[in-house]
Every structure is written in C-alpha cells, then in structure tokens.
Design a protein around this ligand. Structure first.
Ligand SMILES: [Zn+2]
Length: 120
C-alpha cells in the first residue's frame, strides 16, 4: 500500500501539518482538516486527541461487553452487531459532545448508558 504526504493547515491555528494518507483512499477536505488537527500541537489538537482517546477507551469497553469477556464481569455479551454499531455511533457522538447522555434498554440484556464525561 502506498502512501502520500499531504501538507494540510490545521483549521484551528493555521499551522501546516503533514498528514500521511493511503494513496488509494479518498478523503474529503473535512477529513483532512480533522486529521491535521489530530497531528497539530495547538490546544485544539490536544483537545481533539483527548476526545479521540476517550472514544477509543469507550469502544474498548464496549468491545469487552460484546465479547466473552463480558461474562467474567457478570454480563451477558451483546451479540447483535447492529446494536454494537449503534452503541459505537453513540459513543462517537458523545465524544464530540453531540449527545450528552443516552440510555438504551437492550432486549434481554438490561440497560447500557453512554454518558459524556469531561476531563477538562
Ligand atoms: Zn492547530
């Protein structure tokens, strides 16, 4: 897989950041801006990285709840990929502050809460 290097300005501070993208993939300008900010050293970049880390952490927890590991914690694993997809989407929306608090009552599994926590 080849990659190309695309200098992109961080939309928050204007600093030029080098973004490495796979050659065969198409990225919109919004995608590139987001990637530039993630690489940028400005406060917005730090904040975006913190959000990304929080989302990854929450997705790891979700993965635990959807695998056999759930049983070790006393939960029935979430087996339905459509439900997992929905929860992942909700985690992302919560990470970016579009959803503040969501409670899902899953059939046969009980309640899952997705809540935005702020570290600032
Ligand atoms: Zn920046």
């Amino acid at each position: 897989m080849s990659e190309r290097i695309q200098p992109t300005a961080c939309p928050y501070c204007g600093q030029l950041v080098t973004v490495v993208i796979p050659d065969d993939e198409k990225y919109s300008e919004a995608d590139l801006n987001r990637m530039a900010t993630l690489e940028c050293s400005c406060p917005a970049g730090r904040q975006q990285r913190a959000i990304r880390d929080q989302i990854e952490e929450a997705k790891k927890n979700l993965f635990m709840l959807s695998s056999d590991g759930a049983q070790n914690m006393g939960f029935e694993p979430i087996g339905d990929s459509a439900v997992i997809e929905m929860l992942e989407k909700t985690i992302e929306l919560a990470g970016y502050g579009k959803v503040l608090d969501a409670t899902f009552k899953l059939s046969g599994l009980g309640t899952v809460k997705v809540k935005r926590t702020s570290k600032e």
